[in-house]
Design a protein around this ligand. Sequence first.
Ligand code: DI6
Ligand code: FE
Length: 414
Amino acid sequence: MRLCAFDQVWTHARIATFDPRIPAPYGLLENHALAVQGDAIAAIVPDDAPELRRCTGTVTDCRGRLITPGLIDCHTHLIWGGSRAAEWEARLAGVPYSEIARRGGGILATVQATRAWSEDELLKAAIPRLRALVAEGVTCLEIKSGYGLTLDDELKLLRVAQRLRDADPSLRIDISPTLLAAHAVPPEFAGRADDYVSFINDAIIPAVANHRLAEAVDVFCEAIAFSRAQCDRIFATAKRHHLAIKGHVEQLTNSHGAELVAQYGGWSADHLEYLDEAGIEAMAKAGTVAVLLPGAYYFLRATHKPPVAQLRAAGVPLAVASDFNPGTSPFASLRLAMNMACVLYGLSPEEALAGATREAAKALGRGAICGTLAVGQRADFLLWDVSHPAEIVCSLGTHPLVQRVVAGIPDPPL
Ligand code: DI6
Ligand code: FE
């Protein structure tokens, strides 16, 4: 008799597949088993399926627990030097942002600290932040540069992102690095933003592409940062170097950045508080993912919400991410971001979980690789001790994650 080709099987599970072909909420399958061969999902079958009886691989009895895809945090600024807690304290005490900026606060404060830190120091500070995300079930995340803003310092940040992949063998993770040189105009280029854009195009993007240090190029398209025309120049260069496109757009004002990202067939347009109808239409047509970042909305006490209902009606995929950064979203928690997306933006728990799995995978160009549980997808999944999938989003500060599996390899027991 032919033995089945499964290395490992998880049986007696409730499987929230997020597979759009399965019509149940969460793509939920009751009393099913998930089989892994190598690093991929080989089968998802009912527990009484005959092929399971012939299996010689390792069997984990889930005893009715829930399996979901690994969580994917598709927008983070995980690597930085220094701290902005004192700046937050001042803001809470009523010091206006203009005064904070005059005192050297804001993004440029982090840039100054990050430039002063060595690659090893930045790595050491980033590891516990990554661990915090991983402990909640993150199996894949995006990490942006953007606190260096010189050629050497941007490369330094992207090298740290690369080293984080292998920093700790017990910390298996898929990292998608992004170049965000157009995060702020650095002091050396004060008043000469166009010259800095030329420097990004002539020096930084070619070097990053050459060393294969990033998958995508991001910009901060905003009245206080880079204009749509400047972002257009950067995207044109990124495209020539075969890098994917994404943007921080429409966060504080409407600069029509989402339309620009969509025009370039971008992976995602992120923030979107001030997105208008034309932007929604362009994103829907291009298949650009809307990445919602409620952590920054909350922390900045913003009041203008992204047009979630209109995005949903237009069929734009909705992702949710932490935006983990020291200034505007200092939260190492994708579960918190999902919770905020429900409470502040009106997503359903199912939409929030899909936004941190299936739709987040699309936002990182990985829709065919991970984000759902289906045959052929990489075996990135989580085993949870919850009675309902919404519990993962509803209750914070709890630790319902029982096991995390990345590319078929289970983490050591928690
Ligand atoms: N939008 C933001 O809210 C953050 N970056 C961005 O483009 C700000 C990051 C920071 O303040 O350090
Ligand atoms: Fe951001």
